[in-house]
Design a protein around this ligand. Sequence first.
Ligand code: HH2
Length: 291
Amino acid sequence: MQQHLQPKETGGWKTARFLLQRPRFQRTGRTRPLIMGVVNLTPDSFSDGGRLLSLSAAVDHARQLLDEGADILDVGGESTRPGAPDVPVEEEWRRVCQVIEELVKWNVPLSLDSLKPEIMERALDMGVDILNDVTGFQSQRAQRLLSCSQAGAVIMHMQGSPRSMQLNPEYADCVAEVQGFLKNTLQTLTQQGVSSERVLVDPGFGFGKTLEHNVALFAAIPDFSQLGAGVLVGVSRKSMIGQLLDRKDPLQRIHGSIQAAVVAAGKGAAVLRVHDVRATLDALIVNDSLI
Ligand code: HH2
């Protein structure tokens, strides 16, 4: 059914089209947001840590996400949950390298969730398509890696570092500050030859934000789309959903997360980063068909 719907011509869709045109992204006819399925190769992720510590468990999970309809896989070896400790480069690389080695063989769109240029560089050499940097490409080395490659990029906003970001997040005007950060970084990257069509911007839900900040940022998704790059929204199982529902257990936040994904799609998100691919996709398809 969704194959017959026409793309909406927003910045988000332009980015989605760019991604779909790349050789690995040849799944045509998609008009809804792309679904980025999360593959956390960590012992301690807030949402699902410790489940994918063997290569076979990780590969099975990745296969399942693709079978469920994920358009992109996002592989990460370091948790960025509030209070998370830094992971040394070699330990992070040990966690992700064999999985990347396997997944690049599948010829599926592959994203690396890492804030370390050393890991980005090695993963690019192995063939990952997208660098997802929760520190928003503030390091010059990460910027150079992008400008010297054809990779896509997710610029995410975070206030502080994972270790301290939720201690006391403060903004004079959260939406304006996040928007300013994303706009400036996008400009810096485009000045270095990185086309905005390769870039997704992400307000960074839960990264140095209170519930009030997150709600304001969510309402502003259409404004972020005006920056000229697609918007990625990642709220899946997050504490924002837990706070709205008064649920501590991330697994009890799935239904709320799916509703948030549907709302984000309606507001023009180009990519949704989710743990629960099938359920999210079902909700989006039914929503598109009935709305
Ligand atoms: N959220 C998480 C990790 N990476 N990347 C982007 N671009 N946007 C996000 O919202 C985002 C992200 C946190 O989720 P998860 O990976 O499940 O948890 P953890 O960081 O504990 O591994």
